[in-house]
Design a protein around this ligand. Structure first.
Ligand code: ACM
Ligand code: ZN
Length: 544
């Protein structure tokens, strides 16, 4: 009897081991392991049942070849025999929802759109890498995955102004977003420290505005722990994207089902434009492209018509380059010192019956929003400062100074993208003891506000909102500001693995578990290695 019992225990234990655990990040809505394995061989094909699926199929084939050495063919007629990966559209599924079924006979992915099938293939990509490899044969566990994201907007932002990243690097950033099923690339293109997009009607912007004379050098103040300037490097620093390069990047992102949202930050963070055209500033200059970080007092003059004409010229070209529904028009960190002293700004305040400079900023943002709405049929996103002095109902608010700003916007009924510093700022330290762990200087008060993987993962975009107000939260985004990030290896180490936590917050709301995420994160690391991505080592070494 005892022997029988032990045999029973052994069998149960074996079946527990047999039931393969989910390896996918972000965590799917539903995952059921099934018995058996499906064997992929060099004879396996990827069948695209619809023309629109050839592209995701081809993309998947290139991943599997690079990461597993298995060279699969894409076919457009239904395959016979075992081990095929068959892709179908199924309009009964959600637009971003997919079904992934692995049986002994083969793999089937059905998606509500080509984008959804692409997400199914991103999941399969992780499954394949973690499967048993025997030479050129890969035995993947049978499973049923039914999946769709919780939030429709899942973004990553890259600042290419404080430091410049070239076309290949930006594409790699986009690849990283796509791997994590993020669907928006927010491209921060203009700043005090550099104007980075070619505008043909104003070619001087990228001649003068794209280059700063030199850059401040920072270290850590031993007393305060904050960053401090210790000198200037004496080296001109510049870079910009031609319109052809912009189109190339927008196309590259679209092939990966990512919409690129350009940001032209106004009326603050405009010193590079002021240096180019001093007449756009209240004092009319002279100005120089800013050499240090922080907030500049010099901003666009909101009184004179010439400012609005300039912005409209710029936006006409931006809109032609970016087919996105949204155009981000900034609105953050615009000090009011110059407007208080400027006769033109004061005249505008009087003429428009505005109460103060905050209402002048609101006038500015609303006027630009109206221009984009009526002339170009686009919607705007603005940083949460657009709430000050009044916001239009149709603006989408990007909450950055704490989720509570998003709560305020949602209570007003505005759409909100949550990207609070407390959870989503990827330029902040990865660990709670930056210096001890050898992390370089960084944002978030130089490590005083650490953002561990666990902390990012803990973000609840719905906290403090009623069910009705929750409907205003359209999604989440991780932001990579690059004041202290001078090269792309460093940029990757700040992005990875924390963007995986952002992705799971956005995709798997209500279905999260940090313990389970940690287990899967160790598996996703293999994919980072295969792709040659750099990532922060701390989590993998058990350091928080
Ligand atoms: C911001 O971080 N200034 C939006
Ligand atoms: Zn002015």
């Amino acid at each position: 009897m005892r022997r029988l019992f032990l045999t029973f225990v052994a069998l149960v234990a074996a079946s527990v081991v047999m039931a393969a655990e989910c390896v996918i990040i972000p965590r799917p809505a539903s995952y059921e392991p099934q018995k058996g394995k499906c064997v992929l061989t060099p004879k396996s094909v990827v069948y695209a049942a619809d023309k629109s699926l050839v592209r995701p199929a081809t993309m998947f084939v290139s991943y599997v070849k690079a990461e597993n050495g298995l060279d699969l063919a894409v076919v457009e007629s239904a395959p016979k025999g075992k081990g095929a990966i068959s892709l179908y559209l199924d309009k009964g599924l959600a637009e971003e929802g997919y079904l992934l079924e692995v049986t002994k006979a083969g793999v089937i992915i059905k998606g509500g759109s080509a984008k959804a099938v692409f997400y199914g293939l991103q999941s399969l990509r992780q499954v394949v890498l973690n499967a048993k490899h025997k030479g050129v044969k890969i035995a993947i566990d049978c499973m049923t995955v039914k999946d769709k994201p919780h939030f429709g907007y899942r973004g990553g932002m890259l600042d290419v102004c404080r430091h410049f990243f070239n076309v290949e690097e930006v594409k790699k950033f986009i690849d990283i977003l796509a791997m994590h099923k993020l669907n928006r690339f927010h491209w921060h293109l203009t700043e005090d420290q550099g104007w980075r997009i070619e505008i043909k009607s104003h070619p001087e912007l990228t001649k003068i505005g794209s280059v700063r004379k030199e850059t401040a050098v920072y270290n850590t103040n031993p007393k305060s722990g904050r960053t401090q300037i210790v000198g200037y490097d004496g080296k001109p620093y510049g870079g910009f994207f031609t319109q052809d390069e912009v189109r190339d990047i927008v196309r590259y992102a679209a092939e990966r089902y990512i919409e690129v949202i350009p940001e032209i930050d106004m009326p603050g963070h405009m010193v590079a434009a002021l240096a180019t055209y001093p007449e756009l500033g209240c004092t009319k200059g002279p100005y120089e492209v800013r050499k240090k970080w922080g907030i500049a007092k010099d901003v666009l003059c909101a009184g004179r018509e010439t400012t609005y004409a300039f912005i409209e010229d710029v936006l006409d070209e931006v809109v032609a380059l970016f087919p996105s529904k949204y155009i981000h028009i900034g609105g953050d960190e615009c000090p009011k010192h110059r407007w208080k002293e400027c006769p033109d700004c004061q005249k505008r305040i009087k003429e428009e019956g505005l109460k103060d400079e905050h209402e002048l900023q609101s006038y500015f943002m609303k006027r630009i929003e109206k221009y984009l709405n009526t002339k170009h049929g686009r919607s705007i996103i603005g940083w949460d400062e657009i709430l000050e002095g009044g916001v239009s109902k149709t603006a989408t608010v990007m909450a950055w100074r704490g989720a509570k700003r998003g709560v305020v916007a949602a209570k007003l009924g505005n759409k909100v993208i949550m990207t609070p510093t407390h959870f989503c700022y990827l330029d902040f330290a990865n660990t709670t003891n930056r210096e001890k762990n050898g992390e370089p200087i960084c944002g978030g008060r130089n490590g005083k506000r650490p953002l561990t993987l666990r902390k990012v993962y803990s973000f609840d975009p719905y906290a403090d909102l009623t069910t009705d107000e929750q409907r205003c939260i359209v999604g989440v985004q991780g932001n990579l500001w690059t004041e202290y990030i001078a090269d792309f290896d460093h940029a990757q180490r700040m992005t990875l693995p924390r963007i995986a936590a952002i992705a799971e917050v956005g995709w798997s709301y209500g279905n999260k578990s940090y313990d389970d995420f940690s287990r899967r994160m160790h598996l996703l690391r293999k994919l980072y290695d295969k792709c040659g991505y750099k990532y922060a080592p701390y989590f993998f070494n058990g350091i928080e």
